[in-house]
Design a protein around this ligand. Structure first.
Ligand code: PBG
Length: 327
């Protein structure tokens, strides 16, 4: 048969397939989340998140060291405080658990890139991401607390802050306060398009951050909306966001692509806890090949336009890249 174009030519050998790959991955782009629990000598498995642990600040460096051995050196920190109250005091206290964790990591591994998740939900007694006003969250009161929290994290040594609360105006409030206090060069990676999602379940169990009443629909986005994500992203850039997070990732690849095409800042996909847990559970049930699905879905997030990936599979993906199975 006469065929001028034969797509299969570029699939003939491993060498030619690798040469013509359109998507390249590097472990430089991977961020691994950690859950730091207040207390001493803690390393306990997180039941909802296979292979992940709660660490106390005095043991977090065990996790850092292990990740570094895999070539992962960027971390996103979440905290589980001993005490919670209505305004989430431990989020912005100098001795708050995340601040302790940041100092511990930076002391032993100054080269580690430490990102602090900036939110109130792990620290408030009611589990909402801000200060309550009746049954709702008071936007303008909350952003003051979010900015204070970001400042405490940066003063403890965080390289970057990542506000995940979805209040309006919080990126601007953080930027202003950081600048005023002399942290002009500390960057903000905002959870710009964060959807109200059922995929956060395992995380909320791990972080003890499920809301005690209601849900987060008044501040997180409605998953029917695409153009609204652009509105959120453009607004955050105007307020000073350096990097935008799209979250979750797999059900939102269209959003990643669209934001990539219409902005000029780096995009991070957050492959969230429920997405991770589904792969683990399906593999455990013998239904899928965990390694193959992990690789394929991570590549899909980069192919959709992500520059950065926040993932509970960071170490395993770094190994896959090193082995040449992806990237
Ligand atoms: C805090 C926060 C959440 C996640 C990241 N930051 C939970 C939530 O919004 O309820 C979810 C991460 C994951 O599921 O992996 N606001």
């Amino acid at each position: 048969m006469e065929l001028i174009q034969r797509a299969r030519r570029l699939r003939e050998t491993d060498a030619i397939r690798r040469m013509t790959r359109e998507t390249r991955l590097s472990s430089d782009s991977l961020i691994l989340p950690f859950f730091i629990k207040e207390g001493k000598d803690i390393k306990t498995p997180i039941s909802s998140m296979d292979g992940h642990f709660h660490y106390s600040p005095d043991r977090i460096n065990e996790a850092v060291e292990e990740a570094m051995e895999h070539g992962v050196e960027k971390f996103l920190l979440f905290g589980i405080p001993e005490e919670k109250d209505p305004v989430g005091t431990q989020a912005f206290h100098e001795e708050g658990v995340v601040q302790q964790g940041i100092r511990a990591i930076k002391e032993k591994f100054p080269e580690a890139f430490v990102i602090a998740d900036t939110c109130m939900c792990e620290y408030t007694s009611h589990g909402h991401c801000g200060i309550l006003c009746g049954q709702g969250v008071d936007n303008d009161a909350t952003i003051e607390y979010i900015a204070k929290t970001a400042l405490a994290q940066v003063e403890a040594g965080a390289d970057m802050v990542a506000p995940s609360d979805m209040m309006d105006g919080r990126v601007g409030a953080i930027r202003r306060l950081l600048d005023e206090k002399g942290h002009k060069h500390t960057s903000i990676m905002s959870y710009a398009a964060k959807y109200s999602s059922s995929f956060y379940g395992p995380f909320r169990e791990a972080a003890g951050s499920a809301p005690s009443f209601g849900n987060r629909k008044q501040y997180q986005m409605d998953y029917h909306n695409r153009r609204e994500a652009l509105k959120e992203c453009h607004q955050d850039i105007k307020e000073g966001a350096d990097i935008l997070i799209i979250k979750p990732a797999l059900s939102y690849l269209d959003i990643i692509r669209e934001v990539k095409d219409t902005t000029n800042v780096p995009i991070a996909a957050y492959n969230v806890s429920g997405e991770f847990a589904m792969v683990k559970a399906a593999a455990k049930a013998g239904l899928i090949d965990e390694y193959g699905v992990m690789c394929e879905s991570a590549v899909s997030m980069f192919r959709a336009g992500s520059d950065i990936l926040i993932t509970y599979f960071a170490k395993e993906l770094a190994d896959a890249i090193k082995r040449g199975d992806i990237g």
